[in-house]
Write a protein that binds this ligand. Structure first.
Ligand code: ATR
Length: 292
């Protein structure tokens, strides 16, 4: 990549940042389209978040992604949030528009695009079990609700956090059926049945010693299983799904599409999906991480 006086800077703010996969896919996309952009990682000290965000415009940076642990903390320093970021309460993309900082969240729509491509089951009216209630779970839950999901069951280690997510969903989606389960509750076999979709948004499954996050006997051939982990590419949960002959996807597609949507926000151009996918697949095998 040739850096010149005309190169435009975009990047990602996080801490730590060494694990990020985003530079590979974005820089590959810029090169493929011969765009004069460069995507850089910024390791931001916790106390420097405000100063860093306020430096975006004076430094001429065109936009940044935001990752752990700043997706919520960044909100007070922005001028405006788009609808998704406002609903989810977290920002993964900042756009500089007419001298103002606009916060977006592309995680949920990234998940939906990956789901439609890889699982290809209608979302409308369907029941989803979401395991976890953190930022990624919130993005996925709101996106599914917007797509007309019929029912969402939330199962989180900290039940209170699950309840907060359920309440936030209820306030916005009146006809959506929502319930919250205790993490180790029995009876899940009676709640989850044919045609349902199970989504793991936690980090359980990244380590080979991790337990299976659901009882294996609840899987049925008509279900689908999504794990937002992409490395390892096959978690114990996904292995169970494959062995049961049911549809499954890991987190690489969501990572790809959330990045592609950020790219489109910054450049106004259609993202070269296959170039970005190849760059991710090439690098994913070398890094251990979950969603960004
Ligand atoms: P992200 O923004 O990537 O979703 P997060 O907001 O830190 O990250 O959320 C992580 C989620 O994984 C949470 O739901 C967390 O459960 P708690 O709310 O109880 O913290 C869940 N999680 C992380 N480690 C877990 C574990 N070992 N067992 C069960 N759930 C876990």
């Amino acid at each position: 990549m040739l850096i010149t006086g005309k190169t435009r800077i975009v990047g990602i703010f996080g801490n730590p940042i060494e694990q990020t996969m985003s530079p590979y896919m974005h820089n590959a996309a810029f090169e493929a389209l011969s765009l004069p952009y460069c995507y850089l990682p910024f390791n931001i000290n916790h106390n420097d978040l405000e100063a860093s965000v306020r430096s975006i415009i004076p430094l001429g940076i065109k936009g940044v992604n935001i990752t752990i642990p700043f997706k919520m903390k960044v909100i007070p320093f922005l001028d405006e949030l788009d609808r998704h970021a406002g609903l989810i309460g977290a920002v993964n993309t900042i756009e500089v528009r007419e001298g103002r900082l606009i916060g977006h969240n592309t995680d949920g729509n990234g998940f939906i695009k990956a789901f439609n491509e890889e699982i290809d089951l209608p979302i409308a009216g369907r029941r989803f079990l979401i395991i976890g209630a953190g930022g990624a779970a919130r993005a996925v839950a709101f996106a599914l609700a917007e797509e007309g999901a019929g029912e969402i069951i939330i199962k989180n280690r900290t039940v209170e956090k699950g309840r907060v997510l359920a309440d936030d969903l209820r306030k916005n989606f009146f006809s959506l059926k929502i319930s919250v389960m205790e993490f180790n509750a029995y009876g899940i076999n009676n709640l989850i049945t044919d045609g349902d979709v199970i989504i793991n948004t936690t980090s359980v499954g990244m380590k080979s010693s991790d337990p299976l996050i659901i009882p294996p006997d609840i899987l049925r051939p008509s279900m689908a299983v999504c794990d937002l982990i992409y490395n390892p590419p096959e978690t114990p949960l996904l292995r169970g799904a494959r062995k049961s002959g049911i549809r499954f996807m890991n987190g690489l597609g969501m990572l790809l599409y959330q990045g592609a949507l950020s790219f489109e926000i910054w450049t106004g151009l259609k993202a070269p999906i296959e170039v970005m996918r190849e760059a991710l697949i090439r690098e994913a095998s070398k890094t251990k991480c979950r969603t960004e």
